[in-house]
Design a protein around this ligand. Structure first.
Ligand SMILES: [Zn+2]
Length: 466
């Protein structure tokens, strides 16, 4: 048997096991795993002695090249996927947005065009629905056949993305017959809108009021309501970017009752807090995102949720806006600061450094949260999300001892600040393989623009007991 690449002496880590092996890659797939593989005529040999082999990270929540608040997120599908690759993420699921009056197909076509010639890693899409008439309700089924098997709805951003409970219920009910999965942005948009108006009337315009007008209770309420609507419709539900203990409590309650409720959180909610909004001048704008950063005590609750499987996925909600010209739009009015922050490149290293190293989660749980469950939740497993014979050769050679200092100078996201500037972390990718090709070799990107493939996803594999 001849291999294009043989990775030798590695410790392979999956969601369930950790063992010493050689891994052989043929074409774009893993073709053999054994104690020892013949490597004499292999195209390339990678010695991974002392290093870990983990399945490529899967980030199921990114916003590349996304118009928002009068500007566009700073990373496109080229710079965003290159940054993702540097961070060990080889698959992402971005959001195609249907604007009012459009068909779902228009959203899908628009985002395919954005990604097609640019992405360097594989990618897929969820579809954001903002307008659900009977035509679009029918269209959901067609989109699922095209591989877009999940739909995101918003309970926040009135007048932009928000839909009412009736619309949410219709969409949920429809997934019961068409096999889709609804992802929910759960914050009470009506309450928040009122609090924002009150704050602005008082003259409270600084960035921190973004957080103070989006209280955790508003997230808890919406999360509970979303789960109740899904229960009424008899279908699973997936809560995106869960940030608050109040919301986690609702998910935990539902799961204890045996309901198929799932949720992701993001590194920013594990490592940053409300205190960041108190940074001097306009710097608090760096952290303006929705939901906002919470008081520090929520972090421990979220870590516990991750360890106990009340939270199943870690994604990034990567949505970068530069301070210059973009975040600045909200100087003098926090409600005009574009919502979002960069994170696509720092997920694995932060969660490893702050989660695995201090023993909050195990290395296998790390793989499960960052790759395996994302693949299962969104219909990509076992092609993605594990290292196994026949799976895509998306492999990260991870050096658990490699130190790095996070910051705009060392990272590759196309944005003029980093929320973790100056933070030292241990554990980084050394080599990243995507579809059998080395695309990151040490500090160098060696992949090719446009080499990423669109992934037509199957139905969620979550109901089978995650
Ligand atoms: Zn988002």
């Amino acid at each position: 048997m001849r291999f294009d690449t043989v990775i030798r002496n590695a410790t392979v880590v999956t969601a369930t096991d950790s063992y010493r092996a050689d891994v052989g890659v043929g074409g774009d797939r893993v073709s053999a795993i054994a104690a020892q593989l013949p490597a004499d005529d292999a195209g390339r040999i990678i010695d991974a002695t002392g290093l870990l082999l983990i399945p490529g990270g899967i980030d199921v929540h990114t916003h590349l090249d996304m118009p928002f608040g009068g500007t566009t997120s700073a990373d496109d599908f080229e710079t965003g996927t290159i940054a993702a690759a540097f961070g060990g993420t080889t698959t992402l699921i971005d959001f195609a947005i249907q604007y009012k009056g459009q068909s779902l197909r228009q959203a899908f076509d628009t985002w395919m065009k954005k990604a097609h010639d640019k992405a360097v890693t594989d990618y897929a899409f969820h579809c954001i629905i903002t307008d659900l008439g009977s035509a679009q309700l029918e269209e959901m089924g067609q989109l699922i056949r095209d591989g877009v098997t999940s739909f995101k709805l918003f309970m926040a951003y009135p007048g932009v993305f928000m839909v009412d409970d009736q619309t949410i219920f219709r969409a949920l009910k429809r997934t019961g017959t068409n096999g889709g999965l609804v992802c929910m942005h759960a914050e009470n948009g009506g309450v928040i809108d009122e609090l924002v108006k009150e704050a602005l009337r008082r003259g409270d315009t600084a960035p921190k009021y973004h957080a103070l007008t989006r209280p955790p209770r508003a997230e808890g309420e919406a999360t509970g309501r979303a789960i109740a609507l899904a229960e009424l419709a008899g279908v699973p539900i997936y809560i995106v970017h869960l940030s608050a203990a109040h919301a986690l409590e609702k998910v935990r309650e539902a799961r204890d009752m045996g309901l198929p409720a799932y949720a992701e959180t993001c590194p920013q909610y594990l490592f940053l807090s409300y205190d960041n909004y108190e940074e001097p001048g306009f710097d608090g704008a760096k952290y303006v995102m929705s939901p906002p950063l919470r008081e520090k005590w929520h972090q421990d609750v979220l870590w516990k949720g991750l360890a106990k499987n009340d939270l199943q996925v870690i994604s990034t909600d990567h949505c970068p806006f530069c301070m210059a010209e973009q975040k600045e739009l909200g100087k003098g009015d926090f409600s005009k600061i574009p919502n979002g922050a960069p994170g696509i490149e720092t997920r694995l290293t932060l969660v490893h450094d702050g989660g695995v190293r201090p023993g909050r989660i195990s290395m296998t749980r790390f793989v499960e949260l960052c790759s395996t469950t994302p693949a299962k939740m969104f219909g990509l497993f076992p092609r993605k999300g594990t290292i196994a014979v026949g799976s895509d050769a998306d492999i990260v050679v991870f050096d658990p001892e490699k130190s790095a200092t996070l910051g705009v100078k060392t990272l590759h996201m196309k944005v003029d600040y980093n929320p973790y500037e100056g933070r030292s972390v241990k554990g980084s990718p050394a080599v990243v393989i995507s579809g059998g090709q080395v695309i990151i070799d040490g500090d160098r990107f060696v992949g090719k623009k446009g080499s990423g493939r669109f992934l037509s996803r199957g139905p969620s594999q979550a109901p089978s007991g995650l």
